[in-house]
Ligand binder design. Structure first.
Ligand code: NAP
Length: 278
């Protein structure tokens, strides 16, 4: 029988721990403030931003919301980011992606001061992860490491396979697993004989962005499977990159969608905000 890795429960534990830390910091006169910028009113982005504000309120972090119209120019957005970079009251800056097409996302990300880049997307923070020095790490992969550790899954010495090499998930995930002394292989769209590789995995992280891409033929018996994907299926229900019903019986542990990786991303964003002051 497989174990269900409960991201909802683990993220709640983390948020409760952070709440205590924030209250201790407040007692020392240290407040934490996160600026959240959204451009346009994409419904999914509005849900994500709303959840981030809710988590801030729960933990005791002040959130400043900047809801900018769709037609905001790149110059206006960059000017706001630079103003927040200079504002001593603001500890973290988050620009909700996706941005409208007329704005260069990469330029916005690189304009956020590295010490306020709580999403961990700035080149300086990515470089720090690469060389093993201190810096913010992308929240989703950071959350996955917490899911594994808090579920008692040993990473050291294990064969870890990551499907996906995006800057936000796949690459930082691989670097974090390596930092935990896993033996890491990355698969992507040009990988040949992918199943031969994924079947070697003790820990398989799937961030491919394709609904139910991974079925039981990708998975070694008894592996731990982490599903990063989020999609709506034909019945408008959430599903992941892994075909849960077919894969779960072959695993020793697996994350569900929803309630697996998703809740961890916000918990780790909060954790990054707290460490900005610690
Ligand atoms: P992405 O930027 O689209 O990257 C997908 C990766 O999968 C790419 O590296 C691509 O390879 C690889 N790929 C595509 N087709 C493949 C195939 N047939 N075989 C092997 N590899 C293949 O996606 P992402 O941003 O990493 O996100 C992945 C999923 O996670 C999405 O469903 C997204 O919604 C979800 N997500 C969830 C959270 C959360 O909080 N739960 C956070 C972020 C993302 P190439 O590089 O060769 O193109």
């Amino acid at each position: 029988m497989y174990k269900l890795i409960d991201g909802k429960k683990i993220s709640q534990e983390i948020k409760d721990e952070l709440k205590v830390k924030v209250s201790d910091l407040k007692a020392q006169g240290k407040n934490i403030c996160l600026a959240v910028i959204q451009v346009g009113n994409d419904p999914a982005s509005s849900v994500y931003v709303g959840n981030k504000k809710k988590a801030c309120a729960y933990i005791g972090i002040e959130s400043l919301a900047y809801e900018l119209p769709e037609e905001t120019s790149q110059e206006e957005l960059l000017a706001l980011v630079k103003k927040l970079n200079e504002d001593d009251k603001v500890n973290g800056i988050l620009v909700q992606l996706q941005l409208p097409k007329h704005i260069d996302e990469e330029m916005v990300i690189q304009t956020i001061a590295p010490e306020k880049d709580v999403d961990g997307f700035n080149e300086k923070n990515v470089g720090a992860l690469c060389v093993g020095s201190k810096g913010y790490v992308s929240c989703t992969p950071l959350g996955i490491i917490q899911l594994l550790k808090r579920s008692g899954v040993e990473i050291e010495g294990k064969n870890c396979v990551v499907i996906g090499r995006s800057n936000i998930v796949g690459k930082p995930m691989s670097l974090l697993l390596l930092r935990e002394n896993g033996t890491v292989t990355i698969c992507h769209s040009r990988t040949q004989n992918i199943k031969e590789i994924t079947k070697q995995a003790d820990i398989l992280v799937v961030a491919v962005g394709k609904p139910k891409f991974v079925d039981e033929s990708f998975v070694k018996e008894g592996a731990v499977v982490i599903d990063v994907g989020i999609h709506r299926n034909e019945n408008n229900k959430l599903c992941g990159d892994v075909d849960f019903d077919r894969v779960a019986p072959h695993t020793s542990a697996i994350t569900p969608v929803p309630g697996g990786v998703g809740p961890m991303t916000i918990a780790m964003l909060m954790s990054n905000c707290v460490s900005s002051v610690e």
